[in-house]
Design a protein. Sequence first.
Length: 155
Amino acid sequence: MHLEAVDRLHGKYADMITHIEADALRTDLPSDYADLVISTFGLKTFDRDHQSVLAKQIARILKPGGSFALIEASDPKGWMLRPFYRFYLDRILPQIERFFLKGAKDFSMIGTYTRNYGDSTHMAEALREAGLSVTLKNHFFGCATSVAGYRPVKR
Ligand SMILES: C[S@@+](CC[C@H](N)C(=O)[O-])C[C@H]1O[C@@H](n2cnc3c(N)ncnc32)[C@H](O)[C@@H]1O
C-alpha cells in the first residue's frame, strides 16, 4: 500500500525514496540518522509506555539539530461541542466509512482510540524527558493535538 502511494504521489521520483516497513517502537535505524521525523495520526494506538519508548527512539534516531513533528486526533475535553463531536467519532464516522468505502473498518475504533489517547500531553512530556525541545499545540478546539520541536545541538 505504501509503495503504491509513493509511486502515485511521487511518480518519476519514487525510486529516490526508500521505503522501510518496521515497528517504530523496535526499529534499529541507526542513531543520529534523520534530519526530520514526522507522524500523521500514528500515535493514538500507543499507551503511555509505548509513547515513552517512541520518544526515546525519536531522540536516538534524530541527528543533533534535527526536527520532528507529530500530530494526532484527540479528545477535545472542555469544548462545548465535544458531545456532538464524540457522537460523530463514535457513531457517525464509522457508518459513513462502512457505507461509502465498501465496508472498510479503518475508523471503527477511532472513538475508543481517541478516548484512550486523550491528547498529546504525555507524548510531549516523554519527548522532553528524552532530551528534546518540544512545543505542544491544540488544533481545531482540541480535536487534534501536535508536538513539534528539535533535538538540541549540545555544545
Ligand atoms: C491512522 S494510520 C495513518 C496513516 C498515515 N500516516 C496518514 O496520515 O494517512 C496509522 C498508521 O500508524 C501505523 N502504525 C501503528 N503502530 C505502528 C508502529 N508500532 N510502528 C510503525 N507504524 C505504526 C499503522 O500501520 C498505520 O499505517
